[in-house]
Write a protein that binds this ligand. Structure first.
Ligand code: DGY
Length: 326
């Protein structure tokens, strides 16, 4: 009997590629860059399952072209704004993702970015590498203290909470804003629920951990940036479009805020001529917050298992639309 067909749109850990190929007829896109749209649409024809990345747009057109035998969409990420979930649910296709395993790794990365930008680590490292270090100077590379600062977390989900936990060691005051007040978490950590404007006005560091949807698109724009303190820092490890990039550039250039550290940009990758790249007070890394060996291995495992479970109509380990999970 022929095996079910699956498309995997990028290399994952080899052990999990082996696991998939033992259990399915595998079409693996091996390039470093995502498959161009026309190739992706061609490759999904007739597959039983797709293992995709946040760079692949999984919309009704793609689901139509794939065909009615499509049984599972398995995303190797926790975020899923590239997938039309309503449409998948309508077609009774479960969509898997990889939550939990990346929570602490992403929280660690948030703190790495925050500490790097606050103490100008990346900028001063460039200075040394460019042979510009001539002497110790009392006024060189002055940054912002993190200890005793007020940390404002927007989005108190799993990652936001882990970021908050780490702030205790720095004696930070923690404010948070979310559409839902989290009394359960307030019982565990000393943190205060405030409205968005209060958070922006009172925080020294604003850290974004929200999902991207219609409500959070450009959540941080010109008006919000103007509310922030002049010596404040914005950290974004959520999704690029949560911040209005043009407004951020103006705010950084005009010193409306002090600095920003971005794991995510809009678009991704950032365009070569984006003026943000010219600013010393903007640290940008290429969407690496979950990129530890252990976490990416676990993300590979879960997404591979979700894929194979799905093509066999077995329950996915983690499912975004549980109402259609097997
Ligand atoms: C996710 O999982 O959504 C991250 O952005 C990549 O790990």
């Amino acid at each position: 009997m022929s095996k079910p067909k699956v498309l995997v749109t990028r290399k994952i850990f080899p052990e999990w590629i082996d696991y998939i190929s033992k259990n399915a007829e595998l079409d693996l896109w091996e390039d470093e860059l995502p498959p161009p749209r026309d190739i992706l649409l061609n490759k999904v024809k007739g597959v039983d399952g797709i293992l995709c990345l946040l760079t692949d747009k999984i919309d009704p057109e793609l689901m139509d072209i794939a065909g009615s035998q499509l049984k599972v969409i398995s995303q190797i990420a926790v975020g899923f704004d590239n997938i039309n979930i309503d449409e998948a649910t309508k077609r009774k296709i479960p969509v898997g993702n990889t939550p939990d395993v990346l929570t602490s790794t992403t929280a660690d990365a948030t703190w790495s970015l925050l500490m790097s930008i606050a103490r100008r680590i990346s900028e001063s490292e460039r200075f040394v590498h460019n042979n510009k270090w001539k002497t110790w100077h009392p006024l060189h590379f002055l940054g912002q203290d993190i200890y005793n600062s007020t940390l404002g977390i927007i989005g108190m989900g799993r990652i936001g909470y882990e970021v908050a936990k780490r702030a205790i060691g720095f004696d930070c005051k923690i404010l948070y804003y979310d559409v839902n007040r989290r009394l359960d978490l307030e019982e565990k950590l000393p943190m205060q629920y405030v409205d968005l404007n209060t958070l922006l006005k009172e925080s020294d560091i604003v850290s974004l951990h929200t999902v991207l949807n219609d409500d959070t698109y450009h959540l941080i724009g010109e008006n919000e940036l103007k509310l922030m303190k002049n010596n404040s820092i914005l950290v974004n490890v959520s999704r690029g479009p949560v911040v209005d990039t043009k407004a951020l550039y103006r705010a950084l250039k005009d010193k409306i805020i002090w600095a920003a550290a971005l794991d995510v940009t809009d678009p991704e990758p950032i365009l070569k001529d984006d003026p943000l790249l010219q600013l010393d007070n903007c640290l940008i890394v290429p969407h690496i917050a979950s990129a530890s060996y252990k976490t990416r291995y676990e993300m590979s495992r879960i997404s591979a298992q979700n894929l194979i479970n799905g093509i066999n109509k077995k329950t996915l380990l983690t499912c975004i639309n549980p109402e259609v999970n097997y």
